[in-house]
Design a binder for this molecule. Structure first.
Ligand code: ADP
Ligand code: MG
Length: 560
């Protein structure tokens, strides 16, 4: 009835498709993982929406994914009875990359296939991986809750355009038909091959993935059977789960392409009963620094999926953590509103935070290199911790790593404990300087005296550092002190002699100070003889109570 419309892909998609085909070909079977994972997400979404509107599930409430193939037509079909999409959603989700971090992703591409393959993995391979093996892809979809006549067919050969048309679809959900490239048919169009890919990648998706049962004649018949374990991996006991199973499950929950750095799996019993399986990724996703970044914890109640990105389950500074939490105490019909301020949620949250912090502590102790990898990727998020999570401030402080004048490199690998162990005799403060770049911090004239005296200074140049230091007044009884604020009080590190000679210098310079003060007038609050410089003639410092310079600049940029 309605005519076919031809639409253009967003230009980036063409580039992404070419890259995908070339860089990921050696791992082409992941297309099935991606499509099955989308199908499973679609079922999860329907289940969630049905909490508020049970009518969405009537008629067909057993959510599932079907994988089918047709050797004669040369096709593989992945079908789900999940949420489906309406026309606008198809255009938004399949014709455009709405993801944040997209520009950064394209800027970082190098043309080197192995490197780019990794980047694509981090960015998320997704739906377009279908074109690694197919030269024509058809997607038929109908959103749950809409009438049959509102079905949508999307079709593309992956070269710049796609078509859209409206058609009658009897069932809600999505069906994706891949017309395989000639050279892929021999390899992929076999029940055995497809089952083994599903077992490899999708065994522990807690949803039934089905293929046709083999008939007497050894050919696929009309009955269907579940081919994955479809069990909730997290409910099994730890000793029964191999590292490979954990890693594959991580890829499922995280949409990541690589391995996790480490994980923690816990069955908690007692007043509260829940299971958590929490992963620390090895690489930060592209949108981690985006404010709308979604939280990566899936909430289940008694193995039934409830919702994704349950942000109440972890504080923001742990937003890089991925995994599942499965509660036995929450009602099955929980909504986002109920989660807010819920006692069960709060307890699971604080328990999970403790698990993660201990996991990181253990990693830092036993595998410092891995911990460094973690820190380089996620340290800036963890630095938000002391401000956001006061009760765990001390434990978080132990996990912090900084660049320091001791090593003078921009690698953030000095812990506060390292600093304490190297403190000079009589030193009672942890000195730091904040600047807007590592080099500015390192070359700051305000460091000269401390360097001369061999006193270590932490060199802070992340945006979040100002926030961090304002929420971390001390560590193990030693105050953190900025060398850029007020008069530099070195306390007992100075000798009596030094103090005397300083006083003399000050007296001798009184005239000069007066002249400079007159020349600068209102622009400065005071002019002082400083003893913190050894080779620079002058430097600007802030008053004790002034906001650090950097913060001022930030506020200015933000228009305050
Ligand atoms: P991601 O899964 O990481 O969001 P994809 O490229 O795999 O990225 O999918 C893009 C989007 O297309 C999904 O977020 C979803 O909105 C939509 N989508 C893909 N497959 C399906 C499906 N089977 N049912 C419903 N929506 C889907
Ligand atoms: Mg996907």
């Amino acid at each position: 009835t309605a005519s076919k419309e031809t639409m253009q892909f967003q230009t980036e998609i063409n580039q992404l498709l070419q890259l995908m085909i070339h860089s990921l070909y050696s791992n082409k079977e992941i297309f099935l993982r991606e499509l099955v994972s989308n199908a499973s997400d679609a079922c999860d979404k329907l289940r969630f929406e049905a909490l508020a509107d049970p009518a969405l599930l009537t008629g067909d409430s057993e959510l599932r994914v079907e994988v089918d193939f047709d050797p004669e037509a040369g096709t593989i079909t992945v079908r789900d009875n999940g949420i489906g999409m309406n026309r606008d959603e198809v255009i938004a989700n399949i014709g455009t990359i709405a993801k944040s971090g997209t520009r950064e992703f394209f800027e970082r591409l190098s043309g080197d296939q192995t490197k780019d393959a990794k980047l694509i993995g981090q960015f998320g391979v997704g739906f377009y991986s279908a074109f690694i093996v197919a030269d024509r892809v058809i997607l038929n979809t109908r959103r749950a809750g809409m009438e049959a006549e509102h079905g949508i067919r999307w079709e593309s050969d992956g070269t710049g355009t796609y078509t859209l048309e409206t058609l009658n679809l009897p069932a809600h959900g999505t069906e994706i038909v891949l017309h395989l490239r000639e050279e892929e048919r021999q390899d992929l169009l076999s029940a055995w091959r497809l089952r083994s890919i599903i077992n490899k990648y999708s065994d522990h998706i807690p949803l039934s993935i089905r293929m046709r049962k083999m008939g007497e004649d050894g050919k696929p018949g009309d009955e269907w059977e579940t081919v994955n374990k479809a069990s909730a991996l997290w409910q099994r006991s730890k000793s029964e789960i191999s590292d490979d199973e954990y890693k594959e499950f991580y890829r499922y929950v995280s949409h990541d392409y690589g391995d996790p750095l480490t994980w923690s799996h816990n069955h908690v019993e007692g007043r509260l009963e829940y299971t958590s399986l929490l992963f620390i990724p090895a690489k930060a996703p592209f949108d981690l620094w985006d404010h709308n970044h979604s939280h990566g914890i899936k909430l289940y109640v008694q193995r039934v999926f409830i919702m994704d990105d349950a942000e109440q389950l972890l504080p923001r500074y742990l937003r890089f953590v991925r995994g599942v939490i499965d509660s036995s105490d929450l009602p099955l019909n929980v909504s986002r509103e109920i989660l807010q301020g819920n006692r069960v949620i709060d307890q699971m949250r604080s328990g999970s935070v403790k698990r993660i912090l201990s996991l990181l502590e253990e990693l830092a102790e036993k595998e410092p290199e891995k911990y460094q990898t973690f820190w380089n990727e996620f340290g800036r998020a963890l630095k938000e911790g002391p401000g956001e999570d006061y009760s765990n401030r001390e434990q978080i402080a132990k996990l912090l790593r900084f660049a320091s004048s001791h090593t003078d490199t921009d690698t953030q690998n000095v812990s506060l404990a390292d600093y304490l162990a190297r403190m000079a005799e009589g030193q009672d403060k942890i000195y730091y300087i904040t600047a807007d770049s590592f080099l500015a911090a390192k070359n700051s004239p305000q460091l000269e005296l401390l360097r001369k005296k061999g006193i270590e200074v932490l060199l802070l140049s992340d945006r979040v550092d100002e926030w961090l230091t304002s929420h971390l007044p001390e560590f193990e009884g030693k105050a953190l002190a900025s060398v850029a604020k007020g008069t530099l009080d070195l306390g007992t590190i100075e000798t009596e002699e030094e103090r005397k000679s300083q006083e003399e210098t000050e007296k001798g310079a009184e005239g000069l100070v007066e002249r400079i003060k007159n020349a600068l007038g209102e622009r400065v609050e005071a002019v002082r003889v400083s003893h913190r410089l050894t080779s620079s003639p002058a430097c600007i410092v802030l008053g004790e109570r002034d906001m650090a310079l950097y913060m001022q600049q930030l506020l200015k940029q933000a228009g305050h």
